[in-house]
Design a protein around this ligand. Sequence first.
Ligand SMILES: [Cu+2]
Length: 159
Amino acid sequence: MSVNAYERVWMWGAGGLIVLFLAAIGITAVTQAVQPPSHIETINPATLADHPEFGDPQVKTTADGKVVVSMVAEMFQFRPDPIEVPVNTPITFRITSADVVHGMMIVGTNANAMAVPGYVSQFTITFPKAGDYDIACHEFCGLMHHAMVGKITVKGGRP
Ligand SMILES: [Cu+2]
């Protein structure tokens, strides 16, 4: 079988691009800690107010010393707000939505999750530096979307 020289160039070029893109995904996954979502947990958004965890979303320290932040995103706020967590400690965020799809990103970190009604998004992050961090909604959710922000205060040392 003979392949035209130009066709051969385009085939190798397209193949090279595929290898380049896959390498970019692989390298950023390892070096930037980019991970696909791995947590699937459902919840009834209609009865969120009576839910044992999300009815009164708050920061909790479990018996084995883990810090868990339960969050509800709703038009146009995050609850609880502000959030206070310790520095250099793995913090598990659990977030759901009470109404429409929201986003939740912690500015200046790689923490970025969707808050989808009916689902609980979960991720764990450690803040290496104390200080104030902003939370922003990054999914257009309505007229006051631009004002949907929150604050995390990271305090030095374990409480
Ligand atoms: Cu929004």
